[in-house]
Structure formats: structure tokens, C-alpha cells
Design a protein around this ligand. Structure first.
Ligand code: GLU
Length: 493
């Protein structure tokens, strides 16, 4: 019988999960879905100093936003509950005791001061840092007696000779010199396990088959492999995902996009675009496909197609994908999206509620143009007032250059051309013909002077297409905006 794949996402609730970390969840989930396996969520809250209240809820919300649902976890339960490490302390204690009984761990009574001094001395002598084995040889009986009254940790005895070999599913064979390892803390003095011990205990108990995690953990792999061996357990398979770098080829930072996943939601990204984007940070469907749906991912994901070399987090690509998915939204759904986002992101001085008929008419124009949903409000705002949004008179000539009164002949020509259009003929096509007719009057190409009309109508030199916009604004408001622009240019000139 072939093995049932069981993967997990095991975040620490130390703040809002960032995009890089969510990529790990996505890959673990995708593998489980593609193989008909199970995906678990486990909360690793053993570092009590770093807990941030509310993080667990944000973890849930981040995953749900992307549609990553878990088969077992803290809220849904499952056969290996509880799925929160702080509720599993007796299991880690038992494993630590077992390690002592097997001669593979010992109590360490070193105080924080002693460890600090040791580290300082190592640094001064340019020696590699690491525990010096001070408590390794304390006889068992002495150690057991001291344990009753003295605070202590339990340290794992690493093998110091030979090598530890990791057969990573993504990077192949990686060999670690045991001489470079030291005896690490498995159980802390507060009774909480370290990540290392908890990982082995839980991945075993929860029958995880594949530990999929970020590459920052690869240097800890020898600790984990040795722990498995010491406890007589079969290790999981390991897959260390490639690093994510910024476009500057440095480690991804806040500046280059490593922020909370939910910030992307706030900034108007769609979950489909995020999934497509994150999926391609290390994995690919084939050599050419750049548009990958959730279905493609959950049907075809495999670790064989994850590459070990770093992936580049390119926000332009995300914007491109987001625009792509925006254009896939069905018309009626898009109108509600536009309404929601326009209400939320239009400038404060635009009166609410926004005119639903205008929103419905503007929606198709916006769908062609925005890359992010938070552009909707700023782009559509000019449609909702009688006058154009406030602008400086100089904006009128910002693109054409030259003195401000250079805008006057253009505005006069537009007023004449558009005033000649009757109300019932106020259509995009008629407006376009009238404005193109200005080329002859002005002896200038449309693209030379059109920015003046954009500013007059929309308050800025670019925006939703001019002819459509004037049609939406209607005859009276359009002419009024041209007159206002003219007055501004004249007074300021
Ligand atoms: N709690 C670890 C983290 O937050 C989990 C690493 C793992 O997946 O094993 O990164």
C-alpha cells in the first residue's frame, strides 16, 4: 500500500504571517492535495517570550483568505489533537526523559551568566560558538538529585564524530560534519521544549510524512536527524524550500515585499493572484506556463518540480498577475467589487454613498485598467463630484509644457467643439469625433494637447479614458469642468 502523504504547516504565533512563510503553507497544502493526502495546521507556541496575542487568528485568516483549508488543526481537531504545542507539554517531557534514559541527553545546570561568559570567551578566542559540554559528564545520580532543587535544561548529546547525512527532497544529499555540532537544549528550564525536540515528537505523533519548511532550517537538520535516531524513530522526509530574495538579490526584506500576507489583501491583491505568484516562487508547472490556477496547483504540484536555487520576489510580476485575475472577474461580481473598493478607497472629500449607476458604468473601464483594487477609488473619484477634484492650475500644462496661457486655446477649442454637440448626441463616439476635430483647428496632434483635457475633466493628466469619461460625466458637468479649467488658467496666468 502506498503511503498517505501527511504534511503540515507549523507556524509560530509570533506576529502576522509574512508572505514568505505562507509560501511554505501553500506548498505543504498543495502536496497534500495533489497526492490525496492530509494537510495539518500546528501552532508552535513554545517560545513564550515571542508570543504575540492575536497571531493565531491572523494565521487562520491568512490561510482562509487564500483558500488553504486544513484537515486537522487547533480549531477543527483531529485524531492527534491537541494541535497546539503548549497543550502537549507532557509528551515533550516524556521524550526528554526517554533521551536521558537512553544516555542521549543530560541535565544542564549552567546558569545564563555562565553561558554568557562561555560565549564571550569563545568569541574572544575566535572559536566557533557552542556549548562546551560542562555538564555532560555529571553522574546520573548527582544530576537527578540536583534536579530536585536546581533549575536546569535538558541537553541533547550530539554525536561529535563522523557526519550526518540529509537526503533532502529538493536539494539532494547534504552532508554535515558532526564535529561542528554542539549539545543543544531540547527541553528548557520552563518545561517547554525547544523547536528541535517538539518537531520530532509532533511530526512523529502526527504521522507527518514530509516536513516541508524554509531553507533557514537546513542547518538544524543534523540535530533533527540525530534526535530521530536517538529516539529510535524513523525520520520524516525533509524538503527545504528555496530562499526568497528581493529583486536586489538580497534576502527578502520588508522593503522588497516581505510583509504580512494580509497587507496584500488590504492593498487590493486577489487571492488567486497571490497563490499564482507564491506558487511560482520555487515551483513551476512546466517550462513555460506563468498563469497557474489553484486547480493547476492542487492537481499538479510535486516536490520534483521545486528547484533549490533562490526565487526572486518580483512585485511587478505580482501586479501583472493581479491585473490578469482582475480581468477574469465576471461583470456582475466586478461591479460589487468596484462598489466595495470605491467606497473604501475614494478620497474622503468624495461624498458617500457613491452613485451606484455611475459605479456600474465605470466598472468596465476600471476592469481594463487597474492592477490593484485599491486603485479603484482614486481612479473613479472624479466621476462623483460636480467639479473635478481640486488641482493646481499649473497641472493643466504639466505635460504640454510652456506657459499656463498655452492651455487657453485648447480649452476654448474643446468648449466650442463640445458645446456644439446636442445633449442627445452626447456619446463617446461623438465626443471623440469632436475632440479629434480640434486637431485641424489647433494644428496639433491629439496626443500633444489631450492632457489638458484630462486635467480639466479628471483633475490629473492621466486616468480613465477621456472620451468615455466625458460621456459618463454628461454634457453639463463636462462643459462646466472645461469652463472651470479655463477660468483657472486665465486667472493664474
Ligand atoms: N515553527 C517553525 C516556524 O515558524 C516551523 C518550522 C517547520 O515547519 O518545521 O518556522
Amino acid at each position: 500500500m502506498s503511503e498517505i502523504v501527511r504534511t503540515r504547516y507549523a507556524p509560530s504565533p509570533t506576529g502576522d504571517p509574512h508572505v514568505g512563510n505562507i509560501r511554505t503553507a501553500l506548498f505543504a497544502w498543495a502536496l497534500a492535495r495533489a497526492t490525496g493526502g492530509k494537510f495539518l495546521l500546528r501552532i508552535e507556541d513554545t517560545d513564550r517570550n515571542r508570543l504575540v496575542p492575536g497571531s493565531v487568528d491572523t494565521i487562520f485568516e491568512s490561510l482562509r483568505w487564500l483558500g488553504i483549508e486544513w484537515d486537522e488543526g487547533p480549531d477543527v481537531g483531529g485524531p492527534h489533537a491537541p494541535y497546539v504545542q503548549s497543550e502537549r507539554l507532557p509528551l515533550y517531557r516524556q521524550a526528554a526523559d526517554d533521551l536521558i534514559a537512553r544516555g542521549r541527553a543530560y541535565r544542564c545546570f549552567c546558569t545564563a551568566e555562565r553561558l554568557d561568559q562561555m560565549r564571550a570567551a569563545q568569541a574572544a578566542a575566535k572559536q566557533p560558538p557552542g556549548y562546551d559540554g560542562h555538564c555532560r559528564e555529571i553522574p546520573h545520580a548527582v544530576s537527578a538529585e540536583r534536579a530536585a532543587s536546581e533549575p536546569h535544561t535538558i541537553r541533547f548529546k550530539m554525536r561529535r564524530e563522523g557526519v550526518t547525512v540529509l537526503d533532502d527532497l529538493i536539494r539532494g544529499r547534504v552532508t554535515f560534519e558532526n564535529a561542528l555540532q554542539d549539545d543543544f537544549v531540547a527541553l528548557k528550564s520552563d518545561g517547554y521544549p525547544t523547536y528541535h525536540l517538539a518537531l520530532i515528537v509532533d511530526d512523529t505523533a502526527m504521522q507527518i510524512t514530509h516536513a516541508i519548511r524554509g531553507e533557514e532550517w537546513i542547518s538544524s537538520a543534523p540535530k533533527h536527524l540525530q534526535l530521530y535516531e536517538a529516539l529510535g524513530l524513523e525520520p520524516t522526509k525533509f524538503a527545504h524550500l528555496p530562499l526568497i530574495m528581493g529583486p536586489d538579490h538580497k534576502k527578502l526584506s520588508k522593503r522588497t515585499g516581505d510583509t504580512a500576507l494580509l497587507d496584500y489583501r488590504k492593498n487590493g491583491y486577489l487571492p488567486e493572484a497571490m497563490i499564482n505568484f507564491l506558487a511560482l516562487l520555487g515551483w513551476s508547472l512546466d517550462a513555460t506556463t506563468s498563469i497557474v490556477s489553484v486547480d493547476d496547483l492542487t492537481r499538479s504540484f510535486s516536490l520534483e518540480r521545486v528547484v533549490p536555487n533562490p526565487a526572486v520576489f518580483d512585485i511587478d510580476r505580482l501586479n501583472f498577475l493581479n491585473g490578469h485575475y482582475i480581468r477574469q472577474i465576471a461583470p456582475h461580481a466586478w461591479v460589487s467589487t468596484v462598489t466595495r473598493w470605491a467606497e473604501r478607497t475614494a478620497p474622503d472629500d468624495v461624498a458617500r454613498p457613491l452613485d451606484p449607476a455611475m459605479l456600474a458604468k465605470a466598472a468596465p473601464l476600471l476592469q481594463e485598467r487597474v492592477a490593484r483594487l485599491d486603485e479603484i477609488g482614486p481612479q473613479a473619484a472624479f466621476l462623483f463630484g460636480y467639479e473635478a477634484p481640486e488641482y493646481e492650475p499649473t497641472a493643466l500644462v504639466e505635460k504640454i509644457g510652456g506657459p499656463l496661457n498655452g492651455a487657453l486655446p485648447i480649452l476654448d477649442a474643446a468648449l466650442a467643439a463640445l458645446d456644439a454637440l446636442p445633449g442627445e448626441g452626447w456619446t463617446k463616439d461623438a465626443i471623440e469625433a469632436a475632440i479629434r476635430g480640434m486637431e485641424a483647428t489647433l494644428g496639433q496632434k491629439l496626443r500633444k494637447f489631450v492632457s489638458v483635457l484630462y486635467v480639466a475633466a479628471e483633475g490629473k493628466p492621466t486616468g480613465l479614458p477621456l472620451f468615455d469619461s466625458l460621456e459618463l460625466l454628461g454634457r453639463e458637468r463636462s462643459l462646466q469642468r472645461l469652463r472651470t479649467a479655463r477660468a483657472k488658467a486665465e486667472h493664474a496666468a
